[in-house]
Design a protein around this ligand. Structure first.
Ligand code: M6R
Length: 364
């Protein structure tokens, strides 16, 4: 049932090109976005004043990427909330607010409670859900399914990737209905979306390179993940993936925050993974990488093909294919998933069923 793979996690990592294709493809028709199941008129979409994205764990991280993408493309203010925080903090949900609950299982207790809280305050909820017919799918006013198929490994990979895809689709749809992007821009971005599966595959074909780097990470006590903008959202996911299956302490930082505390933790040999996919932020990121290296850090950089500027100031480098700047999380996360996987098996951990964790968290 593992289809020849040693673990479900590896199998699911390799299923990502198909899962992403299956989530994107049915929603693209004649160079435009059509979300059949989305029960929102153009007027409804034009009337959105604010979006709350609410989720837990990795699903929350897709929401952080989603915030950058939706705000930049559709120009709608987005607040991202952890479900366990949202449900207890008496959130301000004014008219024109829309809630998006993201969940693979559709059964996460806090996410379900947050959905009910939003509805109780008269707010319509869109669920981005993987498990068909799950509680969140049934109770949401509207559902957009992610077509990842069953996910068995506790550490999410393909469901996470499809949640990102669903958010891109939604962002492009809102942006085009609200007149924030031209038809040409839309069709260029749709084209880039359609290329994502092939680009993910090309990274997977290169897995040996990441496997080599992983040997260097197995003995680490702490690992830091740095990024700015969308790369910060990717860093959050890279850090969670690593810690949950390898039991190595890791933290993600918005690189601009280094000077506000974190840099005091960097010493000779500290491992740092830097993510650099945003061209307008390359210079800032490179100077952060130099800052940590000067203090002894050993740095792995994940960056776009062609950003050779980065080579001078990093110990290891992994190139990902170029794509639209809004979609880079989908590519940069792949080497981070592989890194976590290889570090976990290198340490002899139970990669599919890490200690103390359950696949679906149905109690709070
Ligand atoms: O089923 P959900 O998407 O609602 O689950 C949310 C989190 O529990 C989940 O993403 C968790 O963080 C994973 N173990 C991460 O790999």
């Amino acid at each position: 049932e593992k289809g020849g793979y040693e673990h479900f996690m590896l199998k699911e990592i390799f299923e990502q090109p198909k899962a992403v294709h299956d989530t994107i493809h049915p929603r693209i028709k004649d160079n435009s976005i059509v979300i059949d199941e989305l029960n929102m008129s153009e007027e409804d979409i034009k009337g959105i004043k604010k979006i709350f994205i609410i989720a837990c764990g990795s699903a929350y991280h897709t929401g952080v990427t989603g915030k950058y993408v939706i705000e930049d493309l559709a120009r709608i203010p987005v607040e991202v909330d952890l479900a366990s925080e949202f449900r207890y903090r008496n959130p301000i949900l004014e008219e024109g607010t829309m809630a998006i609950i993201i969940s693979q299982s559709g059964e996460t207790a806090d996410s379900l409670a947050a959905l009910r809280e939003a509805q109780a305050q008269g707010i319509k909820v869109l669920g981005i859900v993987n498990v068909v017919g799950s509680s969140i799918a049934r109770e949401a006013d509207n559902v957009m399914y992610t077509w990842a198929g069953p996910e068995i490994a506790v550490a999410t990979t393909k469901a996470y990737s499809t949640q990102l895809s669903a958010l891109y689709i939604l962002a492009l749809h809102f942006a085009s209905v609200r007149g924030k992007i031209t038809d040409d821009e839309l069709s260029t971005m749709i084209h880039e979306l359609e290329l994502l599966p092939k680009k993910i595959q090309s990274i997977l074909d290169n897995k040996e390179n990441i496997q080599k780097f992983a040997t260097r990470f197995v003995a680490a006590k702490d690992i830091f993940f740095l990024g700015r903008g969308i790369d910060y959202a990717t860093a959050l996911e890279g850090s969670l993936k690593l810690k949950e299956i390898s039991y190595i302490h890791s933290e993600a930082y918005a690189a601009g925050e280094l000077k506000h505390g974190t840099i005091s933790l960097i010493e000779e040999g500290t491992l740092v993974t830097a993510i650099l996919t945003q061209e307008d932020l390359y210079k800032k990121m490179i100077s952060n990488v130099v800052e940590v290296q000067t203090r002894g850090a050993y740095v792995l950089s994940i960056t776009n093909e062609g950003n050779t500027e980065c080579e001078k100031s990093t110990d290891l480098i992994f190139y990902i294919p170029n794509t639209d700047k809004h979609f880079t999380t989908s590519l940069a996360v792949i080497p981070l998933q592989l890194l976590s996987y290889y570090v976990s098996i290198g340490k002899g951990c139970d990669v599919d069923k890490p200690r103390n964790l359950a696949k679906s968290v149905t109690v709070e």
